[in-house]
Design a protein around this ligand. Structure first.
Ligand code: XIL
Length: 371
């Protein structure tokens, strides 16, 4: 394939005097005027991940948060230029879409869908059935056991009817079930498993398929990227569903990984796992990738280089084995869930907190350009 120049090499490392790893507080939520202007100029003449990914026939995506989308021009500009797919980081979860029983609120999510549509991006819906971020009313009913199936079915039907693939706000792919398997490979003891029994997994895919027969329906989980106990359990679950004729069309591998030993799968394990899932006839998407720096050692520059390598290894392998969509959980360190989740500052995404592209960005662009 022809080499596409990626002229985004203004800075390879840090953008301020502050240490990237040691940043006590999150960086500024937006770039300074000067940085922003330079960024815009750089990007105006550059190609982008999106352009490169288009040429490879793969979607490149980012999880999107509503507040910076509304408030930050640079966030919007980079999102539209660099990515061809978006996932709502939070606002399509049940606590947002059905805050009280029978009252659906699509307003906030629809702003993101409209942005995606206006910029020719696709949307991955996330998520219908999970044990987190459910409204209190729904948890109450589910734990009482009564009508749990009916309310879950109503939720799925309500959401997928609004977002039907052939409607005005289409969402063509959905993480129907999120994280239903434990780290040791057992069925997770969730409100849904308790109320409905293990058969709920097949049921929810059928309900989703009835509500939108054209939607691509995914099982999504973390820690099941390489080979191992959890990956084996996810594979066995999917094999069973496919065997039973359940309408499941794909697997989402979240890919929340890190630098350092055993913090990300080997290329061989990742390839083997994805290949066996694809052999079931399933589509495979990477749905939530980020690469933590706090799990490694070395200077800031060394960590950033290692992070770039992990991003490149994972994307390169995924392209080789036919992954069709590759999404990061955010794109800028200014808005990443990792510091909140781990309680430590980090820098897990391809753009830094001032929106400057990091070594990871350049490595991803190289992989897309060269294979
Ligand atoms: C996270 C969001 O990023 C946070 O803002 C929120 O507080 C909690 O959820 N796996 C998933 C995502 O499937 O939905 C999670 O998103 C991150 C882990």
């Amino acid at each position: 394939m022809k080499w596409h120049p990626v002229r985004l090499t203004r800075r390879a490392g840090l953008t301020t005097g502050a240490s990237l790893i040691g940043l006590g507080a999150p960086g500024p939520a937006h770039a300074t005027g000067e940085t922003a202007a330079m960024n815009r100029q750089d990007h105006a003449t550059a190609t982008s991940l999106r352009v490169l990914a288009d040429a490879r026939g793969i979607r490149i995506g980012a999880a999107v948060a509503s507040r910076p989308l509304a408030n930050e021009t640079l966030y919007r500009d980079i999102l539209a230029r660099e990515f061809s797919s978006v996932t709502c980081e939070n606002v399509m979860k049940p606590s947002f879409l059905q805050p009280s029983r029978g009252r659906f609120d699509f307003q906030t999510a629809d702003v993101i869908v409209a942005f995606a549509k206006a910029h020719g991006m696709t949307i991955r819906g996330h998520t219908l059935v999970w044990h987190n971020q459910n409204p209190a009313w729904l948890e109450r009913i589910a734990s009482s056991g009564e009508n749990a199936g009916a309310i879950l079915r109503d939720h799925i039907t309500g959401v997928l009817t609004h977002y039907r693939s052939d409607g005005p706000v289409p969402v063509p792919a959905w993480d129907v079930v999120n994280e239903a398997i434990t780290d040791t490979g057992a069925l997770r003891d969730t409100l849904w498993a308790r109320a409905l029994g293990p058969g709920y997994l097949a049921d929810v895919f059928r309900w989703a398929n009835e509500a939108d027969p054209d939607a691509h329906l995914f099982y999504n989980d973390y820690g099941a990227e390489g080979m191992g106990r959890k990956a084996n359990a996810v594979y066995a679950l999917l094999r069973g569903l496919v065997h039973d004729g359940v309408p499941v069309h794909g697997v989402g591998l979240q890919m929340h990984v890190g630098i350092g030993a055993r913090q990300s799968p080997s290329r061989a394990d990742l390839a083997a796992n994805i290949s066996r899932l694809r052999a079931l006839g399933l589509e495979v998407h990477v749905t939530e990738m980020d690469v933590k720096l706090q799990t490694g050692t070395g200077t800031d520059d060394e960590r950033l280089a290692e992070q770039a390598q992990v991003y490149a290894d994972m994307l390169g392998t995924c392209i080789e084995v036919g992954v069709t969509s590759f999404t990061f959980w955010g794109f800028t360190d200014a808005h990443s869930w990792i510091p909140g989740f781990t309680g430590k500052p980090d820098g897990a995404l391809p753009f830094d907190a001032t929106y400057a592209p990091k070594p990871a960005y350049h490595a991803l662009a190289r992989v897309l350009a060269e294979g």
